[in-house]
Ligand binder design. Structure first.
Ligand code: DX5
Ligand code: ZN
Length: 221
């Protein structure tokens, strides 16, 4: 199992001063910057692209940037995110015509690759790419918006994914995304997650460190 990591989703940050928001949340103890890319096609919302990732790197962000692609098609945007300095690039299998090829494109570009599963999407496809993926991301809400409620059925799915990872013997991160807060983070960790995306739970509070400390305290129990 990978060490626990907290990955604030900048979807809920103040975009008018994004660099400062990312600096603040990292100074508050975040491990990874979760970067939600939405295209108003695969999901009904439109957010940020590779230029913003480049801007964060130029601003001086050295922490891992975890690019969650909610776009279709997938392949033509991968190269831009590789150049922009993404650390992880994940995509939804149903958004790619050729899943193995998309994963390989990411790996060949030197980033870590992963697949994202919506609440009702089966994990079956993993069977064929377990030797490639560095991250498995389970959505605990339907993708598109921050501030939604955690879907409890995801806990069983996390257990399923955790067994697949353990059986593979590989160091694959198991990330959870949607409705995560200090209140439910412990049961989510107990179900097998090691990487926790949280958007509204962190950015909607005035003091990011208080929230991140509370999450870590729950994880330490
Ligand atoms: C939803 C995004 C999430 C979102 C999570 O499609 O992938 O990363 O920002 O937001 P919260 O933590 O508010 O549910
Ligand atoms: Zn996300």
């Amino acid at each position: 199992m990978q060490p626990f990591a907290i990955a604030p989703s900048i979807l809920s940050a103040n975009f008018a001063r994004l660099g400062e928001e990312v600096d603040n949340v990292l100074a508050a103890g975040a491990d990874i910057v979760h970067f939600d890319v939405m295209d108003n096609h695969y999901v009904p919302n439109l957010t940020i692209g590779p230029m913003v990732c480049t801007a964060l790197r130029k601003h001086g962000v050295t922490a891992p940037i975890d690019v969650h692609l909610m776009v279709s098609p997938v392949d033509r945007i991968i190269g831009d995110f590789l150049e922009a300095g993404a650390t992880y690039i994940t995509f939804h299998p149903e958004a790619s015509q050729h899943i193995d090829r998309s994963l390989q494109l990411i790996k060949d570009g030197g980033a870590k690759c992963g697949l994202v599963f919506n609440p009702a999407t089966s994990l079956d496809v993993l069977k064929y790419v377990m030797d490639k993926v560095d991250m498995i991301l389970l959505m605990s809400v339907n993708p598109g918006f921050g501030g939604q409620k955690f879907i409890p059925g995801t806990l069983n799915k996390l257990r399923e994914a955790r067994s697949l990872i353990d059986a593979s013997g590989r160091d694959i991160r198991l990330e959870i995304d949607g409705g995560v807060s200090a209140t439910n983070i412990r049961e989510i960790a107990e179900a097998g997650a090691d990487t926790f995306v949280a958007g509204s739970a962190i950015f909607n509070q005035p003091d990011y460190k208080t929230v991140i400390d509370a999450m870590r305290a729950e994880l330490a129990q």
